[in-house]
Each structure stands twice: as structure tokens, then as C-alpha cells.
Design a protein around this ligand. Structure first.
Ligand code: IFM
Length: 437
């Protein structure tokens, strides 16, 4: 493995609903994911996040795992419904107390707390009022950011406003496979604009309360055009605009790209200035590239997504393509030039069907190969001049993978859900050794 610059940030990521459990304690209100997961047929194994990894009660054990890993940062998310059980009004002190304990435990272990404010768990009452389709939700988000930073702003070392607004818009409001389960296809665009507006308003709220840097974490997928006709090219460009540019062009001051579904009527005067508030770091979540070709006649979509041949695959059937990370980082650098702030890879990881052997050990060589390939690809991009300052593995623990329930394991640490026993996998030792070096 090549050397990395001193001060490079090595970390791991998780999110609240995927690990915390304790969904009804200390005044937490319901989120859209509580509602969705409890609806029949939504989650493949019929599970919910009610218990998840019970991190709410086991955070000290999990902080010890982080300390053993030697990471310099831990990216977690704060559950909005713990802080504001109905999405509005004063802070619920007991909810914030939990994050206080977590943050203090991390700092005591020498680990930088990196907090994401929104990782998809919108308070249900806000969804009942229209969710991210409603402009008012952006203002509510800024209020929540203010309350949270008032309590934690002195200790969180990097704030991330939103996690993967593209995925939340597309799966949550476009095709309904995630909460809140709306199927609006391209009429979901207001959920894009209002998330971005909420981000911009939250940046201002955070700046007023903390001197720590502020970021957003976007999901990206470099497009592999399948076929060579003009229609294939147009389809690839349309997909790229939607997945890779819709949430980044306006953030970096370019305004919206010409993307399918974009509805200018939703954008008010001054909005583009608000959402282009300067950020200190761009979070990049990368898992795989996407194959795209021209759609069949009559398709409601301007592109068709097709499986990419010739790659190993994860248990999610996602292609393993480390070169896609290098390509993506170069593309961001090329596309945005000096407007690109320092990048941190805020999620990188893979699901495999890991299980303990007869001795209780969990050996996951595929994950080691995956991470090794992606870290090297990132390092190559850095050598080519892309300003990358951190890398976070998704995820510390096996956890509740949204609509896939407990069927997909992404952790460096195996979790036996019935007993909540944590067993570091061989990838944990591999990552620990990398960080040490
Ligand atoms: O588990 C998710 C995470 O919540 C957001 N990014 C992708 C991960 C793997 O699907």
C-alpha cells in the first residue's frame, strides 16, 4: 500500500436508524422509517429497526471497537426524532443527552466525532405535512440543525448536513422502495430542491453555532455507457445529470443541470444562492458504477439501467469496480476545478454473507480485497491531484440495511442480532493495520 499524507483522516461510518434501536425511549418520536418498516411487505425479511444493533445501549462497547481499530474519526448520524420528536419545537434534552455521551466517549478515546444531521429518518409528523415535498421542511431542518449545534457544536469536528439526498429522493419519493414510500417518479423533484435548500439553511445555522467545518455527503456512480448510438449517449448524459450532477452542480454554484424531471417552478428567487453556501468538505459515497443505455420505446424513463458484465459482484449483486472510484474522483476534479472543496470519501464498502466459522472467527477476504482496491484507487486519484483528505469505511458494524433488513452485512464487525454479540472480522484487523501504518 502506498503512503498517505500525514493527517489523512481514516474512519468508519454508521447511521442512527440502522444501528441504534431504542426507538421509543427517552422521548424519541416516530420517524418515517419506523412507519415504513412496520408496514407489511416493505422489508424483505419483515424486520424493523426497533432493535437494530442496540447501539443506543451499547455505544460504549462500540466506541471501544472504534478505539481498537485506531481510526481518527467516526461518522455517525443524529436521529432528528430524538432531538425534536415531532420535527418542530424545543429540543428534547434526553435525546441530545445520548449524543452528548457518545461524543464525549469518542473524544476521550481520541476519535473525532463526525455527525450527519439527516440520514433519512424524517420525523413522521413532518412527512404527514408533506415531507421534503414541502418547502417548510427545509426551514424545520435548519431549526433542528441549530438546536443540535447549540448542544454539540463545541465538540463535533465535522458536520455533515444530509446523507445521499439523491438516494432519498429517488427511492423514497420517486419509486417508493424506501420510506416514505412515495411513487412520484420525476414529480419527486421538489424533494431534491427542498433537501438542498434545507442543506443551505442548515449551513448558515451551523456556522452561527460552531467553528467546525461543514459538509454534505452525496452518492455518486460513474456512468458506463452501454451501446454507442446517439440515443445511448443521450441516455448516459441524462442519467449522469440526475445521479451525479443534480445535487452537486447547484451546491458548487453552477445552478441546476438540465436533468430529467427538473421543475423550475419549485425554485424561488434567491434559493440558488442559499443552497450554494460555501462548504468546507464534499463527502463522496461510492459503491459502484452504473451501466446505462437508451430506453425501449415507450419507456417512462429517458435511460435504461443495465447490469455491467465482467466484474466480481457483492452479495447485493453490485459490481466491484475500484477503478470507478478513481474515475469518479478525477471526474469531480475535472468538472468543478477550483470550486471543488477538499473531498472525503464518507462511505465505501460492500456486503457479503459473512458468518462465524466453527471457532467463532469471521473471515471476509472479499471485503479486504474490496477495500484494498478502493483505497489504492483513491490514492491514485490523489497522486493525480484530486484533493482527498479522508476515507470512511461503510460500516463499523453489520446493521439494518433499509429495505433489505438484516440480510446484507456491510460491517468490519459481525453482529449476531439475537445475542447482539460483536465479533471483529478479519477485515477489521486488516483496516486496523492499514490505519496504523
Ligand atoms: O447502508 C447504506 C447507507 O445508509 C447509505 N449509503 C449506502 C449504504 C449501503 O447501501
Amino acid at each position: 500500500m502506498p503512503d498517505f499524507p500525514a493527517g489523512f483522516r481514516w474512519g468508519v461510518s454508521t447511521s442512527a436508524y440502522q444501528i441504534e434501536g431504542a426507538t421509543t425511549v427517552d422521548g424519541r418520536g416516530p420517524s418515517i422509517w419506523d412507519t415504513f418498516a412496520h408496514e407489511a411487505g416493505r422489508i424483505v425479511d419483515g424486520s424493523t429497526g426497533d432493535q437494530a444493533c442496540d447501539h443506543y445501549h451499547r455505544h460504549a462497547e462500540d466506541t471501544a471497537l472504534l478505539a481498537g481499530l485506531g481510526v481518527s474519526a467516526y461518522r455517525f448520524s443524529i436521529a432528528w426524532p430524538r432531538v425534536q420528536p415531532t420535527g418542530t419545537g424545543p429540543a428534547n434534552a434526553a435525546g441530545l443527552d445520548f449524543y452528548d455521551r457518545l461524543v464525549d466517549g469518542l473524544l476521550a478515546a481520541g476519535i473525532d466525532p463526525v455527525a450527519t444531521l439527516f440520514h433519512w429518518d424524517l420525523p413522521q409528523p413532518l412527512e404527514d405535512a408533506g415531507g421534503w415535498l414541502q418547502r417548510d421542511t427545509a426551514a424545520r431542518f435548519a431549526e433542528y440543525a441549530d438546536l443540535t449545534a447549540t448542544r454539540l457544536g463545541d465538540r463535533v469536528k465535522l458536520w455533515i448536513t444530509l446523507n445521499e439526498p439523491f438516494i432519498h429522493m429517488t427511492l423514497g419519493y420517486g419509486i417508493g422502495t424506501h420510506a416514505p414510500g412515495r411513487m412520484l417518479l420525476f414529480d419527486a423533484f421538489p424533494a431534491a430542491h427542498h433537501q438542498l435548500l434545507g442543506h443551505g439553511l442548515a449551513v448558515a445555522a451551523l456556522r452561527a453555532r460552531t467553528a467546525s467545518p461543514v459538509a454534505i455527503a452525496n452518492n455518486y456512480s460513474p456512468v458506463r455507457q452501454v451501446g454507442d448510438t446517439d440515443a445511448d449517449r443521450a441516455a448516459a448524459q441524462a442519467y449522469d445529470a440526475l445521479h451525479n450532477r443534480l445535487f452537486t452542480d447547484p451546491l458548487l454554484g453552477r445552478g441546476y443541470p438540465d436533468a430529467p424531471g427538473l421543475d423550475p417552478a419549485v425554485i424561488r428567487d434567491g434559493d440558488l444562492d442559499v443552497l450554494a453556501a460555501p462548504i468546507d468538505v464534499l463527502g463522496v459515497n461510492y459503491y459502484n458504477p452504473t451501466g446505462v443505455r437508451a430506453p425501449e420505446e415507450g419507456s417512462p424513463l429517458p435511460f435504461e439501467m443495465v447490469p455491467l458484465d465482467g466484474y466480481p459482484r457483492t452479495a447485493f449483486d453490485w459490481p466491484v469496480a475500484p477503478d470507478g472510484l478513481r474515475e469518479l474522483l478525477r471526474q469531480l476534479h475535472h468538472r468543478y476545478g477550483d470550486a471543488l472543496p477538499p473531498v472525503q470519501v464518507t462511505e465505501s464498502g460492500c456486503a457479503y454473507d459473512d458468518a462465524p466459522d466453527a471457532q467463532g472467527r469471521v473471515d471476509d477476504p472479499e471485503r479486504i480485497a474490496y477495500l484494498d482496491g478502493h483505497v489504492r484507487a483513491m490514492r491514485e486519484a490523489m497522486a493525480e491531484g484530486v484533493p482527498v483528505t479522508g476515507y470512511f469505511v461503510w460500516s463499523l458494524l453489520d446493521n439494518w440495511e433499509w429495505a433489505e433488513g438484516f440480510t446484507k452485512r456491510f460491517g468490519l464487525v459481525h453482529v449476531d442480532y439475537p445475542t447482539q454479540r460483536r465479533t471483529p472480522k478479519s477485515s477489521y484487523a486488516w483496516f486496523r493495520d492499514l490505519v496504523r501504518r
